[in-house]
Design a protein around this ligand. Structure first.
Ligand SMILES: C[S@@+](CC[C@H](N)C(=O)[O-])C[C@H]1O[C@@H](n2cnc3c(N)ncnc32)[C@H](O)[C@@H]1O
Length: 244
């Protein structure tokens, strides 16, 4: 069982820094045109995807994890919203080029090979389409041991400062790269009530889950002060990419 299996079993609806309330605030500030076609990357149990659909957007959402997606599908059914959920890897998105108005990501890119992920976000965005990505960033100095432990437990593949992420986005061809939010702490999540949260029964009796929960607390106590988060907004270039 890995970290994402644990989140899926817990049915966590907003597993990212700042939680769902931060997402609501962010979406409010973005004022995305109603009817926009949004791709949510790494949608987890679908809370944001369903909220976006309810708000009048056309939503497609992908995640690699089957248990997450099954819960997302049931959530959409309960909320009576229409979201197209697809099991897929960010490194090989099953969509044509120039397809979406917005790519929305919260706490996913750090778990992936970032160059492939950013290249895929860019490929599927329409010219001048908007990428919004909230990721954990480094706010203090990292040690090799810290990177190794975070990689081992959370599966984090890249730990970089907000400045380094800005450079990465530019390197990958994004324009108008902005840091919309930057916090030197991780913020809280899981504090607001999620009426459609679906927790697997008896997880608390599972010793592996208990051990993982303890390790999570220990790692956050040890390294939390060196971690923060940032929200990046960037535009795909204006020229139309040609289908291969
Ligand atoms: C920390 S959770 C965040 C989920 C959701 N965005 C949220 O804020 O609640 C990270 C999510 O990314 C998904 N994920 C990780 N690597 C992925 C990949 N390579 N392709 C697609 N999804 C991935 C995980 O399955 C998990 O649902």
């Amino acid at each position: 069982m890995d970290y994402h299996d644990m989140l899926a079993r817990l049915g966590e609806g907003s597993a990212h820094p700042g939680g769902f309330l931060a997402t609501l605030k962010l979406l409010d500030s973005l004022s995305l045109p109603v009817g926009s076609h949004i791709l949510e990357i790494g949608c987890g149990t679908g809370r944001t995807a369903c909220y976006l659909a309810k708000s009048g957007y056309q939503v497609t959402a992908i995640d690699l994890h089957r248990n997450m997606l099954d819960k997302a599908v049931r959530r959409a059914r309960q909320e009576r919203v229409d979201v197209r959920f697809i099991q897929a890897d960010v490194a090989a998105l099953p969509f044509p080029e120039n397809h979406f108005d917005v790519v929305f990501v919260e706490s996913v890119t750090i778990f992936t090979p970032w160059r492939s992920a950013l290249a895929e976000y860019r490929r599927v965005l329409k010219p001048a389409g908007l990428l919004v990505d909230r990721e954990m960033v480094l706010s203090g100095s990292k040690t090799e041991l810290m990177s190794r432990r975070l990689k081992q437990f959370y599966g984090i593949r890249t730990l970089a400062t907000a400045t380094a992420w800005r450079k990465r986005l530019k390197q990958c061809g994004f324009t108008k790269v902005e840091v919309k939010e930057h916090s030197r702490s991780m913020g809280k999540w899981g504090v607001d009530h999620d009426p459609h949260r679906e927790m697997d029964m008896n997880w608390f009796e599972d010793e592996r889950m208990q051990r993982m929960s303890l390790t999570n607390d220990r790692l956050l106590a040890k390294y939390g002060k060196k971690l923060g988060y940032a929200v990046f907004a960037a535009r795909a270039p204006l020229e139309v990419k040609k289908e291969k």
